[in-house]
Design a protein around this ligand. Structure first.
Ligand code: DX5
Ligand code: ZN
Length: 218
């Protein structure tokens, strides 16, 4: 839609000073929480116990990004612990539509994510089943990678399709988003922006969020 959402990724925060780091991003729209299982991606972060503690202590709603195998089995738990948004990967899901319906039933926003090489046309007929579509702008797994502009045509197609169908789905980008790349993604149709290193790598994370909001300029 026409609002801009900036969701800092705590993958770039200090894991043993999480509460202090959350206080440094008070004007963020969501906290982006990257769950990795060392199977779907070659990296490991944390699971429901840690996310539950973040949920208990964060003043900002959670935007959970599950980079895990078998989301059909594990994703509902994150909705149950109170995350406002839960996004699973299309490549890993057995039945994406049923899973999205379960997440909504529990009370979360349901998101589906696609890796840079995954086509999005298959989602066109089910846009209304999702509250958010995440177009990965790097290969998932690590922070600090370079933005892949070749993913922008997928975003454009989704934005056109959402407009055509009058869908309220949010279009999210994640990976390599910073002051110099956010405008391209916004222009291609993204409205929800994840930024890890660009926010937590800044001396003033709050100012970085404001700068990103301005640079998104939509
Ligand atoms: C990457 C994660 C991202 C990551 C982004 O697999 O999904 O959320 O934290 O980090 P930056 O913004 O540094 O590319
Ligand atoms: Zn992420």
């Amino acid at each position: 839609d026409n609002d801009v959402r900036i969701n800092p990724s705590i993958l770039a925060a200090d894991f043993v000073n999480m509460q202090a780091d959350l206080a440094r991003i008070a004007t963020a729209d969501f906290v982006h929480v990257d769950v990795m299982d060392n199977h779907f991606v070659p990296n490991l972060t944390f699971g429901p116990q840690m996310v539950g503690r973040i949920q208990d202590t964060s003043p900002i709603p959670l935007d959970v990004h599950l980079m895990i195998d078998e989301p059909d089995r594990w994703a509902p738990e994150y909705a149950e612990l109170g995350a406002e948004s839960v996004t699973f990967h299309l490549e890993a899901a057995t039945d994406p539509i049923s899973l999205a319906r379960r997440l909504r039933q529990i009370g979360a926003r349901a998101g589906v994510a696609v890796k840079p090489g995954t086509p999005v046309e298959g989602l066109f007929d089910s846009l209304d089943e999702f509250d958010q579509i995440l177009v990965m702008t790097v290969e998932p797994g690590f922070g600090g990678q370079s933005f892949m502009p070749e993913t922008m045509p997928k975003l454009r197609m989704l934005a056109d399709e959402a407009r055509r169908r009058g869908s309220a789905v949010w279009l999210q980008v994640d990976g390599g988003i910073g002051e110099s790349t956010i405008a391209q993604a916004a222009e291609a149709g993204a409205d929800t922006f994840v930024a890890g290193s660009a926010v937590f790598g800044a001396t003033d994370p709050q100012a970085a969020i404001t700068a990103l909001r301005t640079a998104a300029g939509r």
